[in-house]
Design a protein around this ligand. Structure first.
Ligand code: AMP
Length: 180
């Protein structure tokens, strides 16, 4: 891969992230990644950059968090020759699950993971589009740990630093490409 720096790529990504004020609630500035996904050059560069960062770290499963985390996690998993695992909202997964409840920037929710999706001792990479308060990512980590997996890292496309989600995830390796 060309020598692209985080700063360079981050600036490109920022140019295709759209701020939508007051969505889904008054006072929230929603980071809309659809223009980013619509740009094949920047999207693929991002997937390759993140996959490259983790390629020699023994990751065998990439967990994507519903719903936008799926879009990033699946191509990254393929690049890493790792399995893709969906972390879903309650009631969506058909087989036996483990569950976790968490607070998010707007409301509360429950996430689930298939109980056979990760194995004891497996190294996991967790992926989502936005790190806000950190509750969602922490919940995903806890569920994978409940199944005996080891969290190798958490990778976020965007980190909203003013919400201090990183503080909730101090025990984990955490990488974010774009910071606001
Ligand atoms: P949190 O648990 O607070 O870190 O929230 C993270 C989850 O909520 C992620 O799955 C994000 O997709 C979503 N989210 C939270 N805040 C925003 C935001 N301002 N813009 C877009 N997505 C957000």
């Amino acid at each position: 891969m060309k020598n692209i720096t985080v700063e360079n790529l981050s600036a490109k990504i920022k140019s295709v992230i759209r701020d939508v004020p007051d969505f889904p609630k008054q006072g929230i500035i929603f980071k809309d990644i659809t223009p980013f996904l619509n740009n094949p050059e920047i999207f693929s560069e991002t997937v390759r950059f993140i996959a490259d960062k983790y390629k020699n770290r023994g990751v065998s499963k990439v967990l994507g968090i519903e719903a936008r985390g799926f879009i990033l996690a699946a191509p990254i998993a393929l690049e890493l020759k790792a399995g893709f695992v969906p972390v879903r909202k309650k009631g969506k997964l058909p087989y036996k699950t483990v569950s976790g409840t968490y607070d998010l920037e707007y409301g509360q929710d429950t996430l689930q993971l298939h109980e056979d999706a990760v194995k004891k001792g497996e190294k996991i990479l967790i992926i989502d589009d936005v790190l806000a308060t950190g509750g969602t990512a922490k919940c995903a980590c806890r569920m994978a740990e409940k199944l005996g997996a080891e969290i190798e890292s958490i990778a976020m496309l965007i980190e909203l630093e003013f919400l201090k989600g990183r503080e909730k995830l101090q025990n984990y390796d955490l990488f974010s490409l774009v910071k606001y």
